[in-house]
Ligand binder design. Structure first.
Ligand code: 6R9
Length: 652
């Protein structure tokens, strides 16, 4: 719990409460507390009956399921024998429901170019891409890596894979060639879809070159499909392997029927950091995931037909999967998509977009909110944000100060804030206020959604009393839950299902207060949260140690006003002087190995690292040192006390 100790104090003293405005409640999907209690009780007491109805009503079935649920704990099947297709649910079903001419995607590129796609137009583009994938030789069950900027072609590529039953593995376009290669190899990807480059703060960053480097080490990849986005010259194309999107996709037929797929057909793999160095390929399947993404979207964002919804997440993260693509599109929403940086050309870009497109629902991350606060209110004040009616937050706990600013400055004190707690593994939102009925408390994700049965336990697996911290588990299966770690059944079982028998272990600590509200209190493992993105400390340590000058490395998170947590690395070195030059070199090395988001903020040279007598690095001590705190707590297990004094000197 010490990872988030700075936040816990805040959390424990927070007692402000904000009831939803009456005019919001009147029209809300959930408009009374008793309605929520009733639906929650039904989902809990008659799980299969509840989800059978939900699935029949909210997904299209080529063939009906014969059984709602089968299995237990880690091994589950939902909607057994049913046949559906996530791309059909997101496109064809919307056209059938009369939304053919409704905007599905309203897109703005960083340079200011724009594009809108109605549901009918989006379906055509997805069909062309699906036909092209088929022509390239991709069939159901094949894995396709996607490494692209936030252009419409990114969701198009995802939905095209879904249409033919190929499994997409989206890799965030900030990851290094090493990371792409690791993911290609782990998943056995056959194709990589990328672009010539992407725009970031006015500059063109190459993507294809990075992919090329990765492909040298990705023997399973046979082809690479390249979108021309930036038009930068001299993009290297390898004859026989690389294909331009415009040569391969554009001429295809705009009608390619969605393939009926088994409910449990893999839909995608998404890699996320765990407590070891190797990222886990989290597997989600077709029907349960799509239903969960759709229904949680409708409940939490109180979606109405005329909303303009903007989730600012990149499709490279789970939030982009569930709440840019599969949730809102299965609900027929109009989604704003923006390609670039929030501070280009100026720090008011987001507010310019909200005003220009009359955004009604904004879903973003605390790290963004903290950046806006830092950039200054004048950027917000320039714009009319009166179209907004609902705000959302995701990725990490939102500290009460940031919550209050979001509430006042962006929400004009009239918009409810939904602080949504969930994980890559859960597929969609698990705990969140329902905006029409839940009185919010800054810093709490409030209560579980229907179908979510949380349980907070101690080390022995016993439920703790209210107001006591413990490990957050989910006690019952839900349709959107992960189905596995790609290619690693053993790790899947060990990681999530072994420590607390019969329950899904989330890896987060939490506390429930006397009102039944949940407060997330940081991770129980060595995962740190940098700007809402998960990184394992061991992943960064491994990258550091792969540098010839580093003998040993220990990485911890320290509090950071902007990023939530910053990365502090302690290293022991050989054959080099501990100086600024080496510091820079090591930072660049990690950047190259994993990607920019993993670059350490601090590098400290140490003569030795503090270890227990059994040889374990004492991260708790390092966390104190890294955040400039007095080293507190028990140091009796420390092998060599003099190490501590030397750590603060910061030179070997
Ligand atoms: C959706 C997403 C999951 C981890 C999760 C927790 C932290 C996410 C949060 C939150 C407090 C919230 N987290 N939302 N902590 N309040 N509203 O972020 O998925 O990238 O897999 O991260 O993020 O620690 O376990 P993912």
């Amino acid at each position: 719990m010490s990872d988030a100790s700075g936040q816990i104090d805040h959390v424990l003293t927070e007692d402000r409460s904000f009831p939803p405005p009456a005019e919001f409640t009147e029209r809300a999907v959930f408009s009374s507390q008793s309605q929520y209690e009733e639906v929650y009780a039904r989902a809990r007491d008659d799980r299969d009956g509840f989800w059978a109805e939900e699935a029949k009503q909210h997904l299209h079935w080529f063939e009906p399921f014969t059984k709602v649920f089968d299995g237990q704990t880690s091994k589950v099947r939902w909607f057994v024998d049913g046949k559906t297709n996530a791309s059909y649910n997101c496109l064809d079903a919307q056209i059938d429901a009369g939304r053919g001419d409704k905007n599905a995607i309203v897109w703005e590129g960083e340079p200011g170019d724009t594009r809108t796609l109605t549901y009918r137009e989006l379906r055509s583009e997805v069909c062309k891409c699906a036909a092209a994938l088929t022509e390239i030789g991709i069939t159901a069950g094949d894995v396709v890596s996607i490494y692209m900027p936030m252009t419409p072609e990114l969701p198009i590529a995802m939905l095209a894979c879904a249409r033919i039953g190929a499994i997409h593995s989206v890799v965030f376009a900030g990851f290094s060639s090493e990371s792409i290669a690791d993911r290609n190899n782990d998943a056995g990807a056959k194709l990589v879809i990328t672009a010539d480059g992407l725009y970031r703060r006015g500059k063109v960053l190459p993507l294809k070159e990075t992919v090329d480097e990765a492909l040298e080490k990705s023997p399973t990849v046979k082809n690479c499909l390249v979108l021309r986005r930036t038009g930068n010259d001299n993009v290297p194309m390898t004859e026989g392997r690389d294909l331009w999107w415009h040569d391969t996709v554009d001429h295809q037929s705009d009608d390619f029927p969605a393939v009926p797929l088994d409910s449990e057909a893999p839909l995608f793999i998404l890699y996320t950091s765990g407590s070891t160095g190797k990222p886990k390929g989290i597997l989600h399947t077709t029907a349960g995931y799509n239903l969960w993404a759709k229904r949680t979207f409708q409940w939490v964002f109180d979606h109405r037909e005329d909303d303009v919804y903007w989730c600012t997440a990149d499709c490279g993260w789970i939030t982009g999967h569930s709440y840019v693509v599969y949730g809102p599109m299965a609900a027929g929403a109009t989604c704003l998509m923006y390609e670039g940086a929030p501070n280009h050309p100026a720090e008011d870009r987001f507010w310019d977009l909200v005003e220009k497109y009359k955004v009604t629902i904004l879903y973003t991350a605390p790290t963004a909110v903290r950046a806006f606060i830092k950039w200054g209110d004048e950027h917000v004040d320039k714009h009319d944000l009166s179209s907004l009616r609902l705000l959302g937050s995701v990725g990490e706990g939102i500290n009460p100060e940031a919550w209050m600013w979001y509430h006042k400055k962006i929400g004009g004190e009239r918009c409810p804030i939904v602080d949504t707690w969930w994980q890559t593994e859960t597929g969609g939102i698990m705990m969140s206020p329902l905006p029409g009925i839940t009185a919010t408390k800054p810093g709490s994700c409030t209560r579980p959604l229907p179908g979510v049965i949380p349980s907070i336990v101690d080390e022995t697996g016993k439920d703790v009393d209210p107001n006591h911290g413990g490990m957050l588990c989910i006690a019952e299966p839900w349709p959107g839950m992960l189905r596995g770690i790609w290619g690693d059944e053993q790790r899947f079982v060990e990681q999530y299902w072994s420590m607390i028998p019969g329950k899904y272990l989330t890896g987060d600590n939490a506390r429930m207060d006397s009102d039944g509200y949940y407060w997330i209190m940081g991770r129980i493992d060595d995962v740190i949260n940098v700007s809402g993105h998960r990184l394992s400390t061991i992943e960064v340590e491994s990258a550091l140690v792969s540098h010839e000058a580093v003998c040993e490395a220990a990485v911890v998170g320290r509090e950071d006003a902007l990023k939530g947590q910053a990365i502090a690395a302690f290293v022991t070195i050989r054959g080099r002087e501990p100086n600024e030059e080496l510091r820079k070199e090591l930072k660049m090395h990690v950047r190259k190995q994993i990607g920019a988001l993993a670059q350490p903020d601090d590098i400290r040279f140490a003569a030795t690292l503090p270890k227990t007598r059994s040889g374990k690095i004492m991260r708790r001590l390092l966390r104190d040192v890294a955040s400039g705190r007095e080293v507190a707590g028990d140091t009796s297990t420390l092998e060599d006390l003099s190490v501590l004094a030397k750590l603060n000197d910061d030179e070997a």
